[in-house]
Design a protein. Sequence first.
Length: 332
Amino acid sequence: QAEPQRQATRPGPQVRCTLSASRAWRPAVGARLARTLGLTATTMPSSALYINGVFEETLQGILAAQTATPGLICMLQPYSSARIKLLANEPPSPEQPTALYMSTTTGLTQVAYRAKIVDWKDKRLLSETEREALNRRIATHQPTENDVYLQVNGKACVNLIFVSQLERLPSPVPVTCFVKVGDERELKPRRRAGGFAYVHEQPAWLGTLPTILEQDLEKSLHAELDVSAHSSAKERALRLAAAPKKPAEVQVVSRAFRRNPDVIVEVLNRAAGRCELCNAPAPFLRLSDGSPYLEVHHKITLAAGGDDTVDNAYALCPNCHRREHFGQPSEA
């Protein structure tokens, strides 16, 4: 299971690499800014559990057992003397499971497994009869676990986690793709196995799709657009007739910047509901709070080395914003 942990340093990079397949809510913003950006409570994810460093042998044993016996519920016993409050305070069930993400002892920087937690128990409160019954289940389905142990190397192990639907992610993802509940900071990889964290549940596609760089995805589409534009109407019709109606999904890796929320709010307040390029009123009001919809754009883009400051940003209507990115340069 998991080895004792060591406190890791917490660097704060200004540029990060992101994975995306659809518009997903990132909780590293306050409630006020969330309203300003049009985020709603319905887009906020549930809490989940992350365990840092589980033995691959243990997880592979569970995978084999659950493959042999579909629907089987197996057990995990993390090396921790601290009760997992998320599970103790809000007990999971098969009807309302809690998502579980795990790295392995040999791959602490990536989440490689996930499962559903369907029950949790404090080992110290188990009766002798309960322990004996659980030990029989372990002997049958998880023989490498031996039994329900109360301590390892003299340290108490109090959590007994019951999991179903364990899977190894086809495309393991960096632990930094997960955000901790509470301080809303990204999860940092640790140097040693051990410990756990409460994180926001991520979308189901994460780690299950082929991964491609955003620039390569765009380059591929542009190349295909060129081919289509130079094809005849008949050639396009033939391809359309044979093409699937649903597009293939991929995980996209891109570079993004940690923007200053105060810059966004100040620029929107300065604009007072009017585009700062064409001076037209915002084209519509946000569904979330009824505020004028404008988009904050950097005059010298961040990718080109521009500053994330109020002076280097202005609020634009969607049309002017698209023009700034894809049309002729403005004189503003």
